[in-house]
Ligand binder design. Structure first.
Ligand code: MLT
Length: 411
């Protein structure tokens, strides 16, 4: 009989969001009348904008005509999409990239997981705590983590606490590592890093031969002009960083699926003979073998996000989500609940009232206010006592949810 990958047995029982769905389904079955408001998983609620939808339809129509039909596309994505991303999303930041450095994919969750294929298992990895669970769990799955200890940490991984004391910006790892995951704007805390803070990370990475895996999935939600949108705004970052971006939250593609990963040609690793080797070549090789590219209509739709019309429409929706974030943050703060994030990110990270544990607050919020959020401890031990609310809801629902929370816990 075939052996299973035993590393999977080292994982906590279920992935966080399916576990939340399970509890919510159980509750709705028992309470079918309850008007549930979902501010848990960061899933968008507004439909695709007209300019994107038009391009999507055109892409589908092209597939119906022998003259414009597209079969397999380039595994790296069509150059016309990579080029528009470079021109519209990177050049305005002063970042110059080549299309060969941009890899279009079906989302940054998959890429931030799959990227481990091009790194040796012997690399030491540091992640934040709390953290987007994918970084932790995929390292467990590949066998890098060892067992989980009683405190909820894996022996083989290095954790960087993100706490109120350090402004949710982690200090450098406490020991020598080879790879550091960073996520700014941060999921789950909704906080951001300044240019100076990112420069310190780039300097640290170059000085210590570290690769930064920089998740910028939420960069479109930055509202303050001095906050960097890309790690490559920092000089030297192309030598030490891979960046992930996503159309999911930016343009409502959670169900459409499109993202991208930038692997600069300057970024080098070491072979077992001690020679330098390009991570860009490895990622290209990996994608060509394991991935057949994103569908043509989806890439047409993604390119339309960056048309003048498309961007104006998308930006309007982003602004609406950020209005929600303001309502949550200001409403709960006024009620005496301590809140973080929500200014440059669609997540509000709040301190649970009355010192409740994160899961106790989850259950109370669900049972008594019919509001779903995400328990902070689900993102790591340092998230205990915190709770995440997402700003992707319908504005009326968001206001109702805030009202219900204020009535229950407001001071
Ligand atoms: C979240 O709620 O943290 C995100 O929706 C998860 C994801 O993007 O995979």
């Amino acid at each position: 009989m075939a052996q299973i990958n035993n590393n999977y047995l080292k994982l906590q029982a279920g992935y966080l969001f399916p576990e939340i769905s399970r509890r919510v389904n159980e509750f709705t079955q028992a309470n079918p009348e309850a008007s549930i408001i979902r501010l848990g998983i960061g899933d968008v609620t507004r439909p695709l904008v007209p300019a994107v939808l038009k391009a999507f339809h055109e892409g589908v129509e092209d597939m119906a005509d022998g003259g414009t039909f597209h079969g397999y596309g380039p595994e790296q994505g069509y150059d016309w999409l990579s080029q528009v991303i470079i021109d519209k999303a990177y050049k305005p930041l002063g970042v110059d990239l080549k299309t060969s450095e941009v890899f279009i994919s079906d989302g940054s969750k998959c890429d931030s997981a799959n990227i481990l294929d091009i790194f040796d298992l012997s690399n030491k990895v540091a992640i934040g705590d709390p953290v987007y669970p994918v970084y932790n769990d995929t390292n467990v799955m590949v066998g890098r983590s060892g067992q989980m200890n009683d405190e909820g940490y894996y022996d083989g991984l290095v954790y960087m606490p993100c706490t109120e004391e350090n402004g949710f910006n982690p200090d450098f790892p406490s020991e020598k590592v080879d790879i550091v995951y960073l996520c700014f704007p941060n999921n789950p805390t909704g906080t951001v890093a300044t240019k100076e803070q990112l420069k310190a990370w780039v300097d640290y990475a170059i000085a210590n031969d570290v690769v930064l895996l920089f998740d910028a999935a939420y960069e479109a939600f930055i509202t303050e002009s001095d906050i960097p949108h890309s790690i490559y705004e920092i000089e030297g970052a192309k030598q030490c960083a891979i960046e992930f971006r996503s159309f999911s939250k930016t343009a409502g593609f959670t169900g459409v699926r499109c993202g991208l990963t930038v692997v600069p040609e300057e970024l080098m690793g070491t072979t077992d003979k001690g020679e330098k080797y390009s991570f860009n070549k490895l990622w290209n090789r990996r994608q060509c073998t394991k991935f057949n590219g994103v569908s043509y209509p989806v890439q047409k739709a993604a390119a339309a996000v960056y048309s003048d019309e498309g961007w104006a429409q998308v930006k309007d929706i982003i602004d609406g989500y950020m209005d929600n974030a303001k309502i949550i943050r200001e409403g709960l703060s006024a009620a005496g609940i301590e809140c973080f994030g929500g200014i440059n990110a669609p997540y509000i990270w709040l301190k649970t009232p009355e010192g409740m544990t994160s899961w106790d607050f989850f259950d109370k919020l669900l049972n008594e206010c019919f509001v779903v959020g995400t328990p902070g401890s689900g993102f790591g031990p340092s998230g205990e006592g915190y709770f995440r609310l997402s700003a992707f809801g319908d504005p009326k629902n968001v206001e109702t949810a805030v009202q219900r929370i204020k009535e229950k816990w407001g001071k």
